[in-house]
Design a protein around this ligand. Structure first.
Ligand code: TMP
Length: 253
């Protein structure tokens, strides 16, 4: 197939022009970054796994009526998505304390939170995606009050869905990040889940052992990241047929 026009390259994905207006092709790279790209690596097979896992979660969202950008998977690393106007916020939902919340508030990782907590970070790599308040979001015009209310409702629905899906395979959804975009219909817009949902953007802990099965494995040097993502995919029954990092078969004489 002729190479498509590149629209944008991020840290973990590339966007290409889609085959029809209003569509894009989202390509999942094997690159992993952490701490605002201070730490980088190429993890063979990560893009293939995240393409499959994001397809799985987005398809599930569609099945329970939560609007999102996913149209269809094209191949091992690419999916067709609806093009949206991304709201420049990372929307984080937390069920248990971890990561930056634990650091900020001195709360032990794993402490249950009294209710799911929604946070917003302003998407700006140069600033390191700083945490912002709802006041900032409104005052700086990143989203309207209505958008904000809709984003919170959407994020909490995603949280309920994802928590249930993960619990069913023995994994605790500690927290996650989504991005949300606007799609325009005449003069009106509605908000849909965009970007990706994968272990790159969630904290996933084994219910029994507490073992981390997400990007913290890379951030904190806890082992092989592709193995952790493969375990998530295996439990969900979405293992790709030929994961590139799988060990080669050995001959038994
Ligand atoms: P945090 O505890 O580092 O703020 O992360 C909260 C959640 O957001 C966690 O599930 C990881 C995810 N996340 C991203 O997807 N992208 C990011 O750049 C960061 C910092 C966190």
């Amino acid at each position: 197939m002729a190479r498509r026009k590149k629209i944008y390259e991020g840290k973990a994905k590339i966007m290409y022009e889609g085959p029809e207006p209003g569509t894009l092709v989202q390509y999942f790279k094997d690159d992993a970054t952490a701490f605002n790209a201070e730490k980088r690596a190429t993890i063979e097979g990560k893009g293939v796994l995240n393409n499959r896992l994001s397809e799985y979660f987005m398809t599930g969202l569609t099945q329970v009526g939560i609007p999102n950008h996913f149209i269809k998977r094209i191949n091992m690393r690419e999916q067709l998505i609806r093009s949206v106007e991304i709201i420049p916020l990372e929307v984080i939902v937390r069920n248990f304390a971890a990561g930056s919340l634990s650091t900020r508030l001195g709360m032990a990782e794993g402490t249950p939170l009294p209710r799911p907590i929604v946070e917003f970070c302003y998407k700006d790599d140069a600033l390191g995606d700083p945490l912002v308040s709802e006041e900032h979001v409104i005052a700086f015009g990143w989203a309207s009050q209505q958008d904000l209310d809709d984003m919170i409702a959407l994020a909490l629905r995603v949280n309920d869905f994802l928590s249930g899906v993960m619990m069913a395979v023995g994994i605790k959804l500690v927290d996650f990040k989504i991005e949300i975009g606007r799609v325009w219909e005449n003069d009106y817009h509605r908000l849909i889940v965009a970007d990706e949902i994968s272990p790159d953007s969630c904290r996933l802990w084994d219910m029994q052992t507490g073992q981390k099965l997400d990007k913290d494995v890379f951030r904190r040097d806890l082992g092989n990241l592709a193995d952790a993502y493969t375990e998530v995919a295996r439990r969900l029954g979405v293992l790709p047929t030929n994961v590139t990092h799988a060990p080669k078969p050995t001959l038994i004489n």
